[in-house]
Ligand binder design. Structure first.
Ligand code: HEM
Length: 527
């Protein structure tokens, strides 16, 4: 083929790709949806690609544009993937809860053959996810949480003593990552971890457990590529998790399983639950949330969990959902990685707010002192600390670890009260950060005011843990962990900000989760 023919062909291919992307960019206009104009190929991701906007900035920017037009929902493009941002709390509720059957998936296709470690509960879809979620719910019943209480207290005291024993200031995020690794390692896997130990093996464990979510534009682009062009990602056999992390966690979990099997030791933790499921699956007897739930009076949150479990039951299972060893490794990795980033982020910002909101800290000291006056520190006394609950909610309102919830439309959905139909495959974006900072729902949103949570907010506007059957499976454990840590800390100490913290706080633009440039530096003072 001569050069002339080659150039004509190349020009035609480029023109065809461009024409297809222009057509794609008009996706929302062609279907009559309100939308934000987007560019061919890159959609509305230009700021993100240039490293000028973080993922949260991008969604906030879209929220502000749609809100200014008083829209209940509006379309935009994440590269060539149509996204529908929903702003109306009632429609949000329908999508997350009432009409969940149309929006079960998170739109993050995983290929178990290419990357087994990524085939975890957060990324799985359809029936595989439903069966698994139902099987794993028993990990978080009240009985299980109570059995974890003393271990979380131990880890909290341990980290406070560690920080106090050093005379230098400490960086909040890393310290809270260490704390979280101790908690999850202990309560979920029965590992004897002490992430504060300064030996190379422990430092490697900590480094690898936080590596997946460490700030990098490369990680964000990989996530977007996987969401927007899943087939291309599979074709190039793109892996989300790097080899060192994969090998480390695979060996760690497999060794722990082998040790348990050798010793015949049974524990009441997440790993044991999965091993029991594996045993039942292999024996062909299955399992379910109802059979394994603790008996006795259910707490309100637990009741909701069981209702959700009911929603997950039903259809005949036609696929292989056996709890294989490789799946146990995948779910274990997720618990360590996802739990670490989210909880440590929440705690880091909680410490920061304690340090800058002196009156709030004093009120918390008072509440904790008066409840514990002559009383034992227990699951029940912690439950009575209602101002502490409000404080945590206010932290999660301003700094939700995830700024947006994602759902994929799995069955066409006619939007109630309109003629518009959301097509299968469209991604739904629920803007947690936008809603939680909206003055219509939270007057003076920049003001730190825990009392605004003295009564529960209406549904659909406060969503730090998501909502509905696909919400954060560990939300009760996470809240318990955060609450115990803060209560144990405040019983003995006052938190103060160190001058090393660069004020005003500036967020990194290349991080998936809100990450402060230079970190938050703090000190503890004995009360
Ligand atoms: C303050 C701490 C935490 C926050 C704010 C948080 C937040 C979230 C959010 C927003 C989601 C998505 C929910 C949705 O799409 O509706 C999620 C899902 C999830 N979280 Fe958390 N999380 C926290 C701690 C944890 C911990 C400690 C673990 C594990 C030990 C965990 C495990 C998971 C899992 C497995 C999912 C996926 C559930 C599914 O798809 O069925 N999270 N979390």
């Amino acid at each position: 083929m001569d050069w002339f023919l080659t150039s004509v062909l190349a020009t035609l291919i480029v023109a065809l790709v461009y024409w297809l992307s222009v057509r794609r960019a008009n996706y929302w206009r062609d279907r009559g949806f309100p939308h934000i104009k987007s560019a061919p190929i890159i959609g509305n991701c230009w700021g993100l690609l240039r490293g000028k906007q973080s993922f949260n900035d991008m969604t906030q920017h879209i929220y502000n544009q749609l809100k200014a037009r008083r829209l209940q929902f509006g379309g935009y493009m994440q590269f060539s993937r149509p996204m529908l941002m929903v702003l109306d709390p009632e429609l949000i509720n329908s999508i997350l809860i009432k009409d969940f059957a149309h929006f079960e998936d998170r739109g993050f296709a995983v290929n178990e053959k290419i990357e087994p470690l990524n085939a975890n509960i957060a990324n799985l879809s359809g029936q595989t996810w439903r069966v698994l979620r139902y099987k794993l719910l028993p990990t978080f019943t009240t009985g299980k949480l109570k059995s974890m209480f003393d271990q979380i207290v131990y880890c909290s005291d341990n980290i406070c003593d560690y920080v106090n024993s050093k005379s230098e200031p400490f960086e909040g995020k890393l310290t809270m990552q260490k704390f979280n690794l101790n908690v999850i390692g202990t309560v979920a896997f029965g590992l004897n971890v002490d992430a504060c130990r300064e030996d190379p093996e422990t430092e490697r464990f900590l480094k690898l457990s936080i590596k997946f979510f460490s700030p990098s534009l490369k990680t964000i682009l990989k996530i977007l590529l996987k969401m927007c062009f899943p087939k291309l990602a599979d074709m190039i056999r793109m892996k989300m998790i790097d080899k060192e992390v994969t090998d480390f966690f695979t060996d760690l979990v497999k060794d722990t399983i082998a040790q348990r099997k050798r010793s015949g030791q049974k524990r009441s933790d997440f790993l044991q639950l999965m091993l029991d499921l594996q045993e039942k699956d292999l024996a062909g007897s299955g399992s379910g949330a109802d059979k394994d739930a603790d008996k006795g009076e259910l707490e309100p949150e637990e009741k909701e969990m069981m209702i959700q479990a009911g929603q997950l039951q039903g259809s005949k299972v036609t696929i292989d959902t056996t709890m294989t060893e490789s799946r146990i490794v995948a779910h274990s990795f997720l618990f360590i990685a996802a739990g670490s980033e989210t909880t440590s982020n929440a705690l880091n910002f909680a410490l920061y707010r304690l340090a800058v909101e002196k009156e709030v800290q004093a009120e918390l000291h008072n509440e904790i002192d008066s409840i514990l006056d002559g009383q034992e520190f227990s699951y029940y006394t912690v439950k009575k600390m209602t101002y502490l609950d409000q404080f945590i909610n206010e932290v999660l309102r301003l700094y939700p670890p995830g700024g947006m919830l994602a759902r994929e439309c799995t069955k066409p959905y006619k939007i109630p009260g309109s003629e518009l139909v959301i097509e299968k495959g469209v991604m739904i974006a629920i803007p947690i950060l936008g809603l939680q900072n909206d003055p219509e729902y939270f007057p003076e949103p920049d003001k730190f005011n825990p009392s605004r949570f003295s009564s529960p907010p209406p549904k659909g506007i406060f969503l730090p843990f998501g909502d509905g059957p696909r919400n954060c499976i560990a939300n009760r454990l996470a809240l318990l962990e955060v609450k115990i840590f803060l209560a144990r800390l405040l019983m003995k100490y006052t938190v103060v900000l160190h001058e090393k913290t660069k004020m005003p706080l500036k967020m990194l633009s290349n991080a998936f989760f809100a990450t402060v440039e230079g970190g938050i530096w703090l000190q503890l003072q004995k009360r």
